[in-house]
Design a protein around this ligand. Structure first.
Ligand SMILES: [Cu+2]
Length: 124
């Protein structure tokens, strides 16, 4: 009887372990639509948890170079195409996404002070 109960507990603990492991990380996709260098208010904050695989699908009506600080990922976005920025959120904190350049031949202009949007990565 004791062994049977113990075995049941073991099984329950294993199920808990499997379930929590499955909840550890998520794959999250965000559509970020940029119009005239701005995103809508609802897209200004991207909230994820540490370990999540984050895919930003960027679309813009003008050519831009976007830079995710901290993770230091830079992507050129051209009109009429979806540009993907994919990364694992390994670092926690607040990370701005800046417009670093505008226009088809844009390069080397000063980053804009106001971020396009902000990524928040929360500890798990
Ligand atoms: Cu920047």
């Amino acid at each position: 009887m004791f062994r049977l109960v113990t075995a049941r507990w073991m099984l329950a603990l294993m199920l808990i372990a499997i379930t929590s492991a499955g909840a550890l990380a998520a794959e999250l996709t965000f559509d970020i639509k940029v119009e005239r260098g701005r995103v809508s208010d609802t897209m200004r904050l991207i909230r994820v948890s540490e370990g999540d695989v984050v895919k930003l699908q960027l679309i813009s009506d003008q050519s831009l170079v976007l830079h995710l600080h901290g993770y230091d990922i830079e992507k050129r976005v051209v009109p009429g195409a979806i540009t993907e920025m994919t990364f694992t959120a390994y670092a926690t904190g607040r990370f701005p996404i800046h417009v670093h350049a505008r226009g088809p031949d844009a390069a080397g202009i000063a980053p804009e002070d106001v971020p396009l949007c902000t990524l928040e990565v929360y500890p798990r």
